[in-house]
Design a protein around this ligand. Structure first.
Ligand SMILES: NC(=O)C1=CN([C@@H]2O[C@H](COP(=O)(O)OP(=O)(O)OC[C@H]3O[C@@H](n4cnc5c(N)ncnc54)[C@H](O)[C@@H]3O)[C@@H](O)[C@H]2O)C=CC1
Ligand SMILES: O=C(O)[C@H]1O[C@H](OP(=O)(O)OP(=O)(O)OC[C@H]2O[C@@H](n3ccc(=O)[nH]c3=O)[C@H](O)[C@@H]2O)[C@H](O)[C@@H](O)[C@@H]1O
Length: 438
């Protein structure tokens, strides 16, 4: 059977999911409440930077297989399978996730459905959400053939198309064999290509997602705690991570020490998990995650402290070049960006901060308008007393320190990502400071 698919919420996750579902051969309708986003997507334009997404989107928009709308009536009429991809951000002033967008999708869609449907949650949610929504669906449409499943998403920004088309696993949280059958059919192309399938209850499916992100965050905070020890003992955290990573039980990925993690997911998912663990009385979970978060946040101050040390604790009159604004390379996403957080703190100390990012300058300017934004690395570094390398873009890794040395006031570099070639920079006369590898 071929299904018609809607994707509710077309941000980073939903726009990618919609284009990839079209690539798998389905007719897809993307739905968003943001008119400007719907207009841009309908014209084949992705309103954010994600490698490989725009050509894929344009191809399917032009063929007519992929359309976008703001109308839930149209979505209800069109779809057999409805994917929920709206945001679940941290609530203002709290750790818990804001579930209002998720709730709104159910309230908008379900009363308008006139034929059987499977609603599939993909957004990241606190454990217990799916059973709560299933009960709400039964209230809104008693007796109707409307089912709910939860299938969390594990894509990484910057690699989202590849991750969606070739996921390392698919997880289906279901309460019926019918829902499992539909999902197996919808995802048949990826399952047939070798992605393992995990069939689970709602709660387990929800926990796989937050469990995965919390584990990744824990791994990063672990190596950052080791970086602190390396600083005081003279060891090198990069070498340590390489050696640890050869043990397959540990693995080298997510053992890069530095500025700590950021982004629209790891930080807020960890905090939402903490909030939920607290509500459910899971003290051990809460204790562990609280430390992971605290270690992570201290990394930002650590970069500020190292910079202060390099500048002889003099901020006023000093120029600081910040290379990077996105929370990681290959995206223009600045949500909870460690780089911008550090730039903001240094600006508040009174130094003159000049930020450059290959893709995220515009987003950064909108959120941090008081910082100065440069058009190039050279522009950012001109006259700088210290250069901070805070987002590991390839462009920054390939910089020639001898050339850059010609424009700065002083040859000081703080490598917040621990990935510049230290010997090359030192050979070019720079004072190099890493984090956990001084
Ligand atoms: N960004 C990513 O790579 C990944 C995100 N996730 C999860 O996916 C969810 C979405 O994240 P992002 O795409 O990053 O957020 P986002 O903020 O980029 O996109 C959310 C979209 O939902 C729209 N929206 C809000 N209310 C709506 C409604 N009632 N109906 C239709 N659309 C509505 C917004 O206008 C926005 O376009 C979150 O739960 C996140 O944790 C999971 C895996 C990867
Ligand atoms: O739930 C989500 O939205 C997604 O969150 C993360 O993906 P993403 O936020 O795109 O970014 P990551 O590649 O995980 O990086 C997160 C942060 O950790 C930092 N990081 C990563 C690896 C490392 O070794 N050290 C480190 O500090 C990165 O610089 C970045 O700030 C997960 O990796 C995805 O599996 C998940 O689907």
């Amino acid at each position: 059977m071929t299904y018609r698919i809607t994707v509710l919420g077309t941000g980073y996750l939903g726009a990618t999911h919609a284009a990839c579902m079209a690539e798998l051969g389905y007719e897809v309708l993307g739905v968003d409440v943001d008119h400007a986003k719907v207009t841009a997507l309908s014209e084949g334009h992705v309103p954010f930077f994600e490698p490989e997404l725009e050509p894929l989107l344009r191809k399917h928009v032009e063929s007519g297989r992929l359309r976008f709308t703001t109308s839930y009536e149209e979505a209800a009429e069109f779809g057999d399978v409805h994917f929920i991809c709206v945001g679940t951000p941290q609530r203002d002033g709290e750790y818990a996730a804001d579930m209002s967008y998720i709730d709104a999708t159910i309230e908008s869609l379900v009363p308008k459905l006139t034929r059987p449907a499977l609603i599939v949650g993909k957004s990241t949610v606190p454990v217990g959400t799916a059973s709560r929504l299933a009960a709400r669906i039964a209230e809104l449409a008693p007796g109707a053939s409307i089912e709910l499943a939860w299938s969390p998403e594990f894509t990484r920004e910057g690699l989202a198309v590849e991750d969606t088309l070739r996921p390392n696993r698919v997880v289906f949280g279901v309460t019926s064999t019918h829902a499992e059958k539909v999902l197996r059919e919808v995802f048949a192309p990826v399952i047939d290509a070798g992605s393992p399938v995990v069939i689970a209850d709602y709660a387990t499916a929800e926990l796989v997602k937050v469990g995965a992100n919390s584990f990744l965050a824990t791994k990063i905070s672990y190596i950052n705690a080791m970086a602190e020890l390396c600083d005081v003992s003279g060891a090198d955290v990069t070498l340590l991570a390489d050696a640890l990573g050869y043990d397959e039980r540990i693995g080298r990925q997510f053992l890069n020490a530095g500025l700590g993690y950021g982004g629209g997911c790891l930080p807020k998912d960890l905090r939402a998990f903490m909030a939920r663990a607290g509500e459910l009385g899971a003290e051990e979970t809460l204790t562990l995650l609280r430390e992971v978060d605290a270690i992570n946040l201290r990394r930002r101050q650590k970069v500020v402290d190292v910079t202060a040390d390099v500048l002889g604790n003099q901020w006023v009159g000093k120029r600081v070049a910040v290379l990077g604004a996105a929370f990681k390379p290959n995206t223009d996403d600045i949500r909870d960006s460690p780089a911008l957080n550090v730039a903001g703190r240094i600006h508040l100390h009174g130094a003159m901060v000049s930020v450059y990012d290959p893709k995220a300058n515009d987003n950064a300017r909108r959120s941090f308008p008081t910082l100065r934004y440069a058009e190039s690395v050279m522009d950012a570094c001109r006259g700088a007393h210290v250069v901070l390398h805070l987002t590991a873009w390839q462009e920054f890794r390939e910089l020639d320190p001898a050339v850059l040395g010609e424009v700065v006031a002083e040859r000081n570099v703080v490598d917040g990502q621990n990935c510049l070639d230290r010997p090359t920079w030192r050979a070019a006369g720079w004072t190099y400071r890493g984090l956990g590898r001084s």
